[in-house]
Write a protein that binds this ligand. Sequence first.
Ligand SMILES: [Zn+2]
Length: 80
Amino acid sequence: MADEDFLDEEFPLGDGTADMAAEVHCPYCGEVNEIGLDPGSGASQDYVEDCQVCCRPWRVLVTYGPDGAADVLVEPEELT
Ligand SMILES: [Zn+2]
């Protein structure tokens, strides 16, 4: 019942301190994309998003630090 409150204390997202967007360079075409981030999805995220310029898929790795700053990496979705 108190799970959500506990999570909020442990990882205070959604109060305006967590990054909601990031600029990344497409690993294929090199263009800068601004992508939206969802802090509510957790401190460590791994998903696929398409480049807004060349439409090729990236693997996006997002890691939130304790201060709410997002560390975002993109790499070609060519493995697996
Ligand atoms: Zn691209």
